[in-house]
Design a protein around this ligand. Structure first.
Ligand code: MRU
Length: 368
C-alpha cells in the first residue's frame, strides 16, 4: 500500500544479510525502518512487536529462519540447529497460527535440499511465503468487495459503514491486509466507505496503526473507544463488521484481538453481518474447539497500566501510568469468537460459512 504516494510492503530483503521492516512500534508518530540481521534480532522484533499481525509474524519467522540458514549453512548438524532456531522463533508469540505454519513450511523446504542450496532455498521459500501473503490478501479483498457492493447498492450511494477491531490492515500482513482488504478494494473501486476504528486497548493498534494506514490511503474513518461499537450498532450506524484472525479452528471458531468476541455478540444482537477475514495459513486444522484449545497469549501488565502517546507540549512521545501505583492488571491478548456468531469467513478462495463443512468444502484438496 502507499505511504505518501510511494508503495511499501511491511517486510523485504534489503540485502543478502539484512531483512528490513517498517518499525510499527514507532507508528503513528514516526515512519521509520528497522534492519534485522540475525534470527535473534528477528525474534526480539516479533516479541517486542516492532512488527506484529498474524500474517506478518509468519513472514518474519520465515525470514528469521533464512537468516539462521545464512549463518549456519555449513553446520554439520544443520537440521538440528534449524529446529532449535525455529523453536526460538515459535516461542515469541503463541496465538497466531501463521508463525508455526511458516516455520514448518521453511523446515520442509530446507530438509529437501542439498547442502549447497540451503541459503538460496531458504531465501526463495521466505520470498514465496511473503509474496503469497500479499497475493492472498489481495484476493480476500476482492471476495469482500462483493459484499461491500451489495450494501452500497442497498444504501443508494450512502457510505458503507464498516466497523473493525485492532489492526488487520496491510501493516498486519505484507500488503492489503485482511479485514481492511475489502475496505481498500471498495474505496479504490469508487464505493463510498467509512470505517469505525476501535482504539483496541491496551496496545491501541486501532488508534495508532489502523487510523494511520487508512489515513494514508485516504479512506474516511473515525476512531472510537472500544466500548462504543454496541451503541453504534443499535443506532444503525454499522453496516458490516470485518475483523482479522490469529487462529481459526477447523470448525470456524476465530481467535482475534481481545474484545472481538464482544463485537460479535453486539453484531448478532443487532442482526449485523460479522465476517472474519483470514488466509488459509491461519486455519488450524487440528483443533475444533477454539475456546478450549487455542492458547491465548498473556502479555505484561505494564501494557494495561501504562499508556504511551505523543506529548504535544514536549514534542516527543511520553508514557504515563493510568492507574494507582500498585494496581495489578491482567493482559489477555486475544479472545475466541465461536463460529455460531460468525456470519462467514472470507479467505483467499472465497467466502465460507463458519463451520467445519464450510471450511472443508473450500479446502477439500488440502484437507480431504
Ligand atoms: O497482537 P497483534 O497486534 O499481533 O495482534 C494481531 C492483530 O492485529 C489482530 O488480532 C488482528 O485483528 C488479526 S491479525 C491480522
Amino acid at each position: 500500500m502507499n505511504v505518501d504516494g510511494k508503495h511499501y510492503r511491511t517486510i523485504w530483503l534489503e540485502s543478502p544479510g539484512c531483512v528490513r521492516i517498517i518499525d510499527q512500534a514507532l507508528l503513528p508518530h514516526e515512519f521509520a525502518f528497522m534492519d534485522l540481521r540475525t534470527p535473534e534480532e528477528m525474534a526480539r522484533a516479533i516479541r517486542k512487536m516492532h512488527l506484529r499481525g498474524a500474517g506478518l509474524i509468519g513472514c518474519a519467522a520465515a525470514w528469521g529462519l533464512y537468516l539462521a540458514a545464512l549463518r549456519q549453512a555449513e553446520a554439520a548438524d544443520f537440521a538440528a540447529s534449524m529446529q532449535a532456531e525455529a523453536a526460538a522463533l515459535q516461542a515469541t508469540r503463541p496465538t497466531a497460527k501463521n508463525l508455526e505454519w511458516a516455520l514448518v513450511r521453511m523446515q520442509k523446504a530446507l530438509a529437501a535440499c542439498a547442502p549447497a542450496d540451503r541459503v538460496e532455498t531458504a531465501r526463495r521459500e521466505a520470498q514465496a511465503i511473503t509474496d503469497e501473503d500479499a497475493d492472498f490478501s489481495r484476493r480476500m479483498g476482492q471476495h469482500g468487495l462483493a459484499l461491500m457492493r451489495e450494501i452500497a447498492q442497498r444504501k443508494n450511494g450512502q457510505p458503507v459503514n464498516v466497523l473493525t477491531h485492532c489492526n488487520a490492515g496491510w501493516l498486519a500482513f505484507v500488503d492489503h491486509g485482511t479485514a481492511l482488504a475489502p475496505v481498500y478494494a471498495a474505496h479504490d473501486d469508487g464505493i463510498p466507505v467509512h470505517v469505525w476504528v476501535d482504539e483496541t486497548r491496551p496496545r491501541n493498534q486501532g488508534a495508532s496503526l489502523t487510523a494511520w494506514e487508512l489515513g494514508h490511503h485516504g479512506v474516511p474513518h473515525t476512531l472510537i473507544p472500544d466500548n462504543a461499537g454496541g451503541h453504534l450498532m443499535q443506532h444503525g450506524l454499522v453496516d458490516i463488521v470485518f475483523v482479522g484472525c490469529d487462529r481459526c479452528t477447523a470448525a470456524g471458531d476465530v481467535a482475534n484481538k481481545i474484545g472481538t468476541y464482544l463485537k460479535a455478540l453486539a453484531a448478532r444482537d443487532n442482526q449485523i453481518p460479522f465476517y472474519a477475514v483470514l488466509p488459509s495459513s491461519t486455519i488450524d486444522w487440528d483443533i475444533a474447539d477454539g475456546v478450549r484449545d487455542i492458547v491465548i497469549e498473556e502479555r505484561g501488565s505494564e501494557e494495561v497500566r501504562f499508556m504511551t502517546g505523543w506529548d504535544d507540549a514536549a514534542n516527543r512521545p511520553a508514557t504515563v501510568r493510568i492507574c494507582p501505583e500498585k494496581t495489578p492488571a491482567a493482559n489477555f491478548g486475544f479472545d475466541v469468537t465461536p463460529a455460531r456468531l460468525v456470519t462467514g469467513i472470507i479467505t483467499e478462495r472465497g467466502i465460507a460459512p463458519a463451520s467445519a463443512e464450510g471450511l472443508r468444502n473450500l479446502y477439500a484438496d488440502l484437507h480431504p
